[in-house]
Design a protein around this ligand. Sequence first.
Ligand code: PGA
Length: 259
Amino acid sequence: MRTPLVVANWKMHGTLGEARALASAVRDGLKRPRAEVVLCPPFTALAAVAEILAGSTIGLGAQNCHWETQGAFTGEVSPAMLAELGCRLVIIGHSERRQHLGETDALVNRKVRAALAQGVTPLLCVGESADERRQGLTFTVVEGQLRAGLGGVSPEDLGRCIVAYEPLWAIGTGVNATPAQASEVHGYLRGLLSELASKETAQAIRILYGGSVKADNAGELCREPEIDGALVGGASLQAQSFIGIVRKAAARGGSHPKE
Ligand code: PGA
């Protein structure tokens, strides 16, 4: 079955010293995690964190990328540059970028395809706002974002993508979606992925939940068969809380694995 995946999204946090210390503590606390673990520091700390993680099972990822390989795009970083640094994954279409930086579905789609072309796994984020949920638009919104974000991606490449369901009302608020709420949307997304690729491919694609995931709620969320792990913001900035989440996700309802 799908290997659980826990991704740390450090957002715009951390000096180089802090990034090194956090990455070292996570690495040392998770010697043999039974989940795949990826840390996404800010661009400025990628090289330093890559050094810390070298030789460990913990992977490196980035929080964003551009859609071209190189060019006159001041301030941007291409997926080719991320690949060179050893990033195995890149978060694309995070709601904070959609909200504060005007990222559209069309841009998100170009980035997804650019990442795939460079062999970097896109982690596509989708999610509805509180208003949209109140209006009963959750499925419409996430469907639009999923179809647009993955438009033009071949069924084979779809199998290399990861999706994160992150309801906006749950991000950084301390109010997580309930396991039932998340599971319902994950199931819906998996149904759409079956249509876009095939049932087999959709069964293999990991769909993560994100939004106020903590060590206390990660267990009940990740016990849901449709929830394949977590995209963690705030709680990933403390090694112990992040390690706690990884253990819960890895257990998937069983006993906690010994690291
Ligand atoms: P949070 O953020 O865990 O702090 O809610 C999640 C995210 O934005 O990816």
